[in-house]
Design a protein around this ligand. Structure first.
Ligand code: CA
Length: 98
């Protein structure tokens, strides 16, 4: 574990730590997200950026798209692909200067 005081970290570094923290909040010690955990994470942590996942068909589709190695779990590598996709989409929607 890196031992850097939070106040010394940049906004971007803090954001990276937040992504890691959120992943582990939902994955727990096992470091993989099951389908229901992915749904909870999206619906609680990304509700302003992604339409709420309500039906199983949408969840299955999203889960299968993210699960690149087909082990029926989302590891951190697969999770950050989602973060990258959504962040990229937000970049197109948000003005450059807020
Ligand atoms: Ca996987």
């Amino acid at each position: 574990m890196l031992n850097i005081p939070v106040q010394n970290m940049s906004d971007l570094e803090n954001s990276m730590v937040s992504i890691i923290d959120v992943f582990h909040k939902y994955s727990g010690q096992k470091c993989h997200l099951k389908k229901a955990e992915l749904k909870d994470l999206i619906n609680h942590e990304m509700k302003h950026f992604i339409k709420k996942v309500q039906d199983n068909e949408t969840l299955d589709q999203l889960f299968n798209d993210l699960d690149q190695n087909g082990d029926l779990e989302i590891d951190f590598q697969e999770f950050i692909a989602l973060i990258a996709m959504v962040t990229s989409a937000c970049h197109d929607l948000f003005p450059a200067h807020r």
